[in-house]
Design a protein around this ligand. Structure first.
Ligand SMILES: [Zn+2]
Length: 104
């Protein structure tokens, strides 16, 4: 297992994971639920992380992340709430990270 990405929020972490998996890279999100459970932890210790299962996938994963995580918050569209599952999604993605429903 290798950590390839640390996200500012869980929506981004899950989007990255979905991108990797759609490219046949096995990935996991860690630290996804620590926020609410352990309020006293410094922020950088509970940011959600994306890990790839096979070390051989690391380089391809980093490249995919580089291509897809260039988040420009200034110009990005506003976040939207999934009409199917209710999760919050980042504006630059048009598919729900949680249930893959399309934005509408
Ligand atoms: Zn959803």
């Amino acid at each position: 297992m290798i950590r390839v990405f640390t996200a500012d929020n869980r929506a981004l972490a899950w989007h990255i994971k979905n991108i990797l998996q759609s490219n046949s890279i096995e990935a996991e999100v860690r630290n996804d639920t620590l926020h609410s459970a352990q309020g006293g932890i410094p922020l950088n210790e509970c940011n959600p992380e994306v890990w790839v299962v096979r070390e051989a996938d690391e380089q391809q994963a980093l490249q995919l992340i580089d291509e897809n995580s260039g988040i420009d918050l200034e110009s990005a569209p506003p976040p939207w709430k999934c009409g199917s599952c209710g999760e919050q999604n980042l504006g630059q993605f048009d598919i729900c990270w949680n249930c893959q429903a399309a934005y509408n």
